[in-house]
Write a protein that binds this ligand. Structure first.
Ligand code: NAD
Length: 571
């Protein structure tokens, strides 16, 4: 079902209709004990009806107008949106206005346990479903996400702040993981060899059990969708904790999972901050954790989760460099850099935040880059002219402004200063705005270079030669992505082979691989060994474990064989 962009207004009506119909159906359940079969059929009808009409109680209005009575975010357990009994709420504000959008619960201990019990209970039956059935569910989920693209994007723009067009990109990149998961029937085949006469060894992959995902704020749809399709299509159940700063898109995805036919308990959603994360880290029933977020949280989660015997995949922070060579297509490079540095207000793990200018000539291009950056419009994400929206919170805005100030104090040049910039409409006067900012003459020891800024700030360093550029980029401890802009094939090849970052762009500013590949950041941009990449083949491996079976079916009657007590050598 696709809802219009102002769907919020229709939600009370839908809910009321659902309640009424449920009551009518329920009253007919009060029948004599002899009518048990009819009762069960009716009960199934009620469940199907509730599943078909359950609407995530999220705000999806397509504007930054103040919401008259913001609805609280609920838990999602056993395919039900249930109000939390918590006394601890986290206020979620629209970053463009700082008006209240919803209150997010710190799910209670009982609710967290209920989610685990639900996921544990659902696992055996879900694991036992055929791969064809799970593929069909993925087909439906894929279609539903596409139908609900605008509604998901509305939620993202209100809660996260990115522009509506960019929010649709957020959904699309997650949808692509779902689409790729539809190919599970060919991706999931095992291996078999006849190792001796009448003896075969086969290896195939089985799901792990209950898994969990802990998500960051910057991609409220894409990152939940790095986990939901692959965890479930491989037969696991999943407990997802969205960012407490923007859980709305994940709640809509939960609704779509129900409509796609995912049974109760296969996907549950709980909320909160560190307390919920600690529960996930220590709960023995949870076998694997997918984490995406900052280094501070991720290194802690990886260490504690691994110590508790869980499989952990953890994608962390970044400092992505682009080397600009004088022989590049200048117009293409400057446009690509402006888009990748300032789009989404720089709040992307693959934002191009660091420029390495090779040779004097490229340094002369900086005023032109500043001109292009200046022409980008900061505005509320629903405004037609918006190129970038606000930062996620007042604390984030202050942190970004402080880092710009530190660069000034350490001797860098603020070529373009976005501090104090805000949209002209007074309704946005309280938003968390910082305009595009360019800092030149940066040196590697400066704080603006050593820290991930996660704002619309581009730091620029100067080097003389290609070799110096490679050395500088490789000396950085992060390894998410790096790009090079050049027209020379041999130079591009040199960068490709010598840069240590895990995702390389050649004349491509944000080289995030599509989900037929894996997301392959490395160095300090991942925790652990980097063997547990998100999506692609590695994603399937992460959510499954090998089972290897050796079987002997003798050609002659098995009952006639002699007992063997020595070690089988299979020779
Ligand atoms: P964050 O680490 O603050 O939050 C991520 C999750 O961890 C949230 O669900 C949050 O509730 C939880 N969390 C936060 N602090 C915690 C703590 N002390 N203990 C336990 N749990 C905690 O990250 P964020 O600000 O939401 O996201 C931005 C960061 O994510 C940036 O550093 C960005 O580079 C990174 N990121 C990385 C990738 C990638 O693929 N490498 C993708 C997106 C974002």
């Amino acid at each position: 079902m696709s809802l219009p962009r102002n769907a919020l207004r229709s939600i009370p009506a839908l809910t009321a209709r659902r309640t009424l119909t449920t009551r009518v159906l329920a009253s007919s359940l009060r029948m004599s004990p002899t009518q048990n079969i009819a009762k069960r059929r009716l009960h199934a009808t009620i469940q199907q009806f509730q599943a078909a009409t359950a609407v995530a109680p999220t705000t999806t209005q397509a504007s930054h107008e103040k919401i008259a009575s913001p609805a609280d975010t609920t838990n999602f357990i056993d395919n039900q949106f249930e109000a939390s009994q918590t006394s601890q709420w986290i206020d979620l504000h629209d970053p463009a206005t700082n008006n209240l959008v919803t209150r997010v619960p710190q799910s209670t201990d009982a609710e967290l346990r209920a989610a685990v019990e639900s996921a544990q209970k659902a696992f055996p039956a879900w694991k036992a479903t055929s791969i064809m059935h799970r593929q069909q569910v993925m087909f439906k989920l894929t279609a539903l996400i596409r139908e609900n693209m605008d509604r998901l994007a509305n939620s993202i723009t209100i809660e996260q702040g990115k522009t509506f067009a960019d929010a649709k990109g957020d959904v699309l990149r997650g949808l692509q993981v779902c689409e790729t998961a539809c190919g599970i029937t060919t991706q999931f085949t095992g291996e078999v060899i006849e190792v001796a006469k009448d003896m075969e060894t086969r290896s195939y992959r089985e799901p792990l059990g209950v898994t969990a995902a802990i998500c960051p704020f910057n991609f409220p749809a894409m990152i939940p969708l790095w986990s939901i399709p692959l965890a479930t299509v491989t037969g696991n159940t999943l407990i997802l904790k969205p960012s407490e700063r923007d859980p709305g898109a994940a709640m809509i995805l939960a609704e779509l999972c129900v409509k796609a036919g995912i049974p109760p308990g296969v996907v549950n959603i709980v909320h909160g901050s560190a307390k919920t994360v600690d529960f996930i880290l220590d709960e023995p029933a949870i076998k694997a954790i997918s984490f995406v977020g900052s280094n501070k949280a991720g290194e802690y989660i990886y260490t504690r989760g691994s110590a508790n015997g869980k499989r952990v995949q953890a994608n962390l922070g970044a400092k992505n460099h682009a080397a600009v060579l004088p022989d590049c297509n200048k117009n293409h490079a400057l446009n690509a850099i402006a888009g990748a540095a300032f789009g989404a207000a720089g709040q992307r793990c693959m934002a191009l935040s660091t420029l390495v200018l090779v040779g004097k000539e490229t340094q002369q291009w900086m005023p032109e880059l500043a001109e292009r950056a200046k022409n980008l419009t900061i505005n509320g994400g629903f405004e037609a002219d918006a190129d970038l929206g606000p930062l996620i919170s007042p604390q984030s805005k202050k942190r970004v402004e402080d880092l710009i100030a530190s660069a000034e104090q350490e001797g860098a040049t603020i070529l373009l200063d976005g501090r104090g910039q805000k949209p002209s409409d007074p309704k946005y006067s309280e938003g968390n705005w910082v305009g595009p900012t360019i800092i030149t003459n940066v040196k590697p020891h400066m704080k603006c270079y050593t820290e991930e800024i996660f704002g619309p700030v581009l730091v620029c360093l100067n080097v003389e030669t290609t070799e110096e550029a490679i050395e500088l980029i490789n000396a950085n401890e992060y390894g998410n992505g790096a790009s090079v802009f050049t027209r020379s094939g041999p130079t591009a090849s040199l960068f490709q082979h010598t840069l240590e970052a895990g995702q390389i762009g050649i004349n491509a500013p944000i080289p995030v691989p599509l989900p037929m590949f894996s997301f392959t950041g490395n160095k300090k941009s991942v925790a652990g060994t980097g063997m547990a990449n998100f999506y692609g083949k590695d994603g399937i491996r992460f959510y499954t474990q090998w089972k290897t079976v050796t079987s002997l079916w003798r050609a002659e009657d098995a009952l006639a064989t002699q007992k063997e007590t020595s070690m089988p050598t299979q020779s």
